[in-house]
Every structure is written in structure tokens, then in C-alpha cells.
Design a protein around this ligand. Sequence first.
Ligand SMILES: Nc1ncnc2c1ncn2[C@@H]1O[C@H](COP(=O)(O)OP(=O)(O)O)[C@@H](O)[C@H]1O
Ligand SMILES: [Mg+2]
Length: 237
Amino acid sequence: MSVPAILAENIDTHYGRSHILRGVSFRVAPGETVSLLGRNGMGKTTLLRTLAGLLKPTSGSIQLNGNDVTASRASARSRAGLAIVPEGRGIFPNLTVTENLTFAARANERGERPWPLERIYSLFPRLAERKHHWGNELSGGEQQMLSIGRALMTSPSIVLLDEATEGLAPKLREEIWATVRQITDSGIAAIIVDKNLNDLLALADRNTIMAKGEIVFDGSSADLRADEALIHRHLGV
Ligand SMILES: Nc1ncnc2c1ncn2[C@@H]1O[C@H](COP(=O)(O)OP(=O)(O)O)[C@@H](O)[C@H]1O
Ligand SMILES: [Mg+2]
């Protein structure tokens, strides 16, 4: 069996005294696309932030590509191949599109840069047209493209996408999904949080559902689609 891209075991995360993640174990194989579903407030963002090193778990362990990173900061996890596209996108308003992309640029651990600027611009022609615009001049969809592009500039092996298409019109949502598919088809593993169940079922190799800080389902799209009661209980559709 190959070494997992992410192997998190028995993770507990607190915000102060609030106990949020409760014994979460989560595995992503190299190149695998995993959806992370669940109602608001169930702990999805907390899990992504814990995996990325932006929150420190109170117990448990996290490995990236076989290396224990439990005690490593976000910057070290980024060097180890993990990139996060955060909820809210985190674009720098006073940098241009090109600057937002290039300041993040880094080779992977083998010294390769599979996603140079030109490749980002061919993935997102809209960004190429806006390359001299300031971050704060972009639409929501363009900001999301930029945030994804910036993650790719770090030459990741794993991308975490939080609320990937939040607030986007259907046509833009389709554009984002088409590029996410190109990214995962290139061999990058992904954990994707989004509200559009059908889009995720079509995209993901495997689906997980989180409720009250625990993983309550882990299975194929066919298995999840077949379980209407589960969908109703945890996703409210
Ligand atoms: N900064 C914070 N401080 C305290 N509690 C928080 C903070 N962020 C989130 N929470 C709480 O943690 C729980 C999980 O939140 P979150 O991970 O954002 O859920 P989701 O992404 O699934 O909507 C919620 O009850 C939320 O209120
Ligand atoms: Mg969230």
C-alpha cells in the first residue's frame, strides 16, 4: 500500500474550552479526491485548519506523505506539499493578480515547479486578462481563481479547498469545478468542502460527512447517493 498523502489519527481540537474535533481520523491517498460534507458549524473548517497547521490539535497525530508534521507550523506543512484555499479566499487587496501569485511561488521538495505562472494563466484565462489589476478589483469568482492559482504556485501534492464555490453563480461554479478537475487529474490530492452535494458526488473518489466534530460517514458516491436518510439527516436535502 502506498504512503497516504494525509494520515490524521485521533485528532482533538479545541477553541479555548470549546471541544470541537473529537477523535477524528482522516486519510487521503496520493492523488485521491475526498469530499468533506456536513452542516454549518460541524467542524469542517476546523479540520482543514488543523490539517494545515493553522490550529494546533490538543491530541492526535498528523502525517503528510509519511512525515510526522504534528508539531510543525503551517509554513513547514506548506513546504511538505500541503496548500489550503481558505474560506474567504485571503487575497491581498493591494497586490496585483501577478504579485498575488508570484509571492507564493515555491518549488516542491524535489525542486520542481509544475505550476509556473504561465500554466496558472492558461488554466484561468480570466486571470491572465486581469493580471495587472489589484486584488480588490476582482469579482468573487476571480478571487477564488486567484486563491486556487496561488495554492498551485506552491507546487503542492495536496490541496484543501474550503467552501470552494461559495457565493458563486452557477456558471462560475462550473468553471471552478472544471479547473478543480484538471488539478486533481494532474495527480494532486484534494479535500473539498462545498455545499453542492451533487457537484461533489460527481467529483470525489470518496465522500466523508462530519457531524458535531466527528466523521459519521466515509464511503463512495454510490453508497452516499443511495442513503437518502443519511443525506437528509446530515445535509438537510
Ligand atoms: N474562532 C473560533 N472560536 C470559537 N469557536 C469557534 C471558532 N471558529 C469556529 N468555532 C466553532 O467551532 C464549531 C465548528 O466550526 P467550523 O469548523 O467553522 O464548522 P464548519 O466549517 O463545518 O461550518 C462551531 O460550533 C463554531 O461555532
Ligand atoms: Mg466552514
